[in-house]
Design a protein around this ligand. Structure first.
Ligand code: SAM
Length: 265
């Protein structure tokens, strides 16, 4: 996958040289290119912001440097003949970034991120590129960061670890919280490693039993209990038809009422 990032703080992306994503880059699985937005300014101060029309506090990012930068980067060749990149603009008012969105982006050959600073980018840039490229305005949560760079780091890491060959054990993606599949809609339960007893705390004996069927059942029970305890709104969205008799007993035990199977849909 190719990833381009245009920012006034290219140095912010140093963490993309580290750990899993850094190794994926070294191995050629991820081609990440970071660009300085100010390279597309033409004044001595390399100005990228101006006062907002209509007044008010803060500054707004000017459309000209962004459009020149996006045109230059998006026009810099296609990835395996697949056309222009998907343009992703982080903003608190965007579509929520979820594991589902990460999985969707992981199928793209080329992503272009446009993280803003100040009060954001002049809205005409989104109007222009919304009609020319596939554009997503995306939020990583209901809070406000000082800039979109941290949001891009979050998204690149979430997407990057889903790419084939990036994780040592591809199976760990399937067990993740929010992953589709048999554990869909459930948070991952607790995990343990050696030693079997630490400061008096024992690892649940079932995990030492070698009984893979019983361990899988225990993990699902724990995932159900954790989801009810920590994210009841997720538990409420579980598909009743995906729950077997034992699941229903566990949920009942956790005082969580699931609708009967025949009420699904
Ligand atoms: N005044 C803007 C608003 O309330 O929507 C917030 C601007 S914020 C100070 C500057 C930039 O940080 C945004 O344009 C966006 O790029 C980024 N940003 C801040 N919070 C974000 C979030 N929750 N998700 C994604 N990007 C965010």
């Amino acid at each position: 996958m190719r990833v381009d990032i245009i920012s006034i703080f290219p140095e912010y992306f140093a963490p993309l040289d580290v750990s899993l994503i850094g190794k994926a880059r070294q191995r050629g699985l991820l081609d990440i290119r970071v660009h300085q937005l100010r390279d597309w300014t033409h004044d001595v101060h390399r100005k990228v912001d101006d006062t907002p029309y209509g007044g008010g506090p803060g500054m707004v990012m000017k459309p000209e440097p962004w459009s020149e930068a996006i045109d230059a980067v998006a026009g810099s060749g296609s990835v395996s003949g697949e056309g222009p990149p998907r343009l992703i603009v982080p903003t608190p008012s965007g579509r929520p970034f979820t594991q589902e969105v990460a999985l969707e982006y992981a199928k793209e050959p080329w992503l272009l991120f446009a993280p803003a600073r100040y009060e954001g980018i002049d809205s005409r840039v989104m109007a222009e590129y919304g009609s020319r490229l596939r554009l997503d305005e995306v939020s990583i949560g209901d809070y406000v960061l000082a800039g979109g760079e941290a949001a891009v780091l979050v998204m690149v890491e979430a997407v990057g670890r889903l790419l084939p060959g990036v994780l040592g054990n591809a199976g760990s993606v399937a067990d993740d919280s929010f992953a589709p599949g048999t554990m869909a809609g459930l948070l991952e339960g607790p995990v343990y490693t050696k030693p079997p007893v630490w400061r008096g705390h024992e690892v649940p004996p079932i995990l030492l039993s070698g009984n893979h069927g019983a361990i899988a059942r225990w993990r699902r029970d724990e995932a159900l209990r954790r989801t009810v305890a920590k994210r009841p709104e997720l538990a409420a969205r579980l598909d009743p038809q995906s729950l077997d008799k034992h699941d229903r007993e566990v949920l009942d035990d956790a005082s969580f009422r699931v609708p009967p199977e025949d009420m699904a849909n």
